[in-house]
Design a protein around this ligand. Sequence first.
Ligand code: NAP
Length: 245
Amino acid sequence: MGSLHGQVAFVTGASRGIGRAIALALAREGAAVAAAARSKPALEELCGELKNFGSRAVPVCLDLRSEDSIRNAVAEAVSLLGPIDILINNAGIMALHKIVDTPTNVWDEIMSTNVRGVFLLCREVVPSMIERRKGRIINIGSLAGRRGYEEQGAYCASKHALVGLSKVLAIETQKFGIRVHVLSPGGVLTDLSRELRASRGEPEDSTEWITPEEVAQAVLYLCTQEGAAMTDELCLRRFASEPWR
Ligand SMILES: NC(=O)c1ccc[n+]([C@@H]2O[C@H](COP(=O)([O-])OP(=O)(O)OC[C@H]3O[C@@H](n4cnc5c(N)ncnc54)[C@H](OP(=O)(O)O)[C@@H]3O)[C@@H](O)[C@H]2O)c1
């Protein structure tokens, strides 16, 4: 029996990239998975795969920019799978602009998806965790939440804000037995980083980039951490990058 058997996980951004790999890893460990994003066909295809592991899996339409969509998505997941034990706030977007060239709508879109959406989703899910004195939240940050990167002003601001949100959520929920982790990867091979790699002239199939499956392994580690030890933040840098940066 898998280490997450009997647990219900809600994974945002599950339609592709890191979120998809996380959903697969959690299902392999026996969790029931609500796979959430905007692209329903991709979620349906994924859930078909998750069911091959014997996992209960449901596709859930979610647009993190909409409060109503978040409320409906959580209600749907809970009604189909039961209360959420593990919340993975993974969905996120980025755009490359110097701060002086960043259009206001791009700034708003990034903050709305990467920070406001996480806040709203936590506000929807955490009360039931508090009631049940049980829960785990993993917020997928980024090394851009620890330092600045040129042309990533809005993205860096959003990921720094996510760390602040996570710190306060951890302080406010620890007494109820809830564990809040931030997982901060460096460059991962996905659609999101493709634009970045292209702008730097890096090869498409670079072997130096972290794979989504490696991030998912780190999520599994955090999901199964119990007892006296607690990891507030786990950083994953590319082995080829500079140590301690
Ligand atoms: N790739 C990297 O190098 C890297 C490094 C560090 C951290 N991260 C972080 O890892 C997370 C996942 O990134 P990724 O590389 O896997 O990106 P990705 O391949 O572009 O996937 C992004 C996911 O977020 C979902 N999403 C986007 N906007 C949404 C919205 N408004 N509502 C609901 N879902 C939305 C997308 O689904 P739909 O389009 O179907 O809605 C998709 O499933 C992000 O938080 C990112 O900041 C990535």
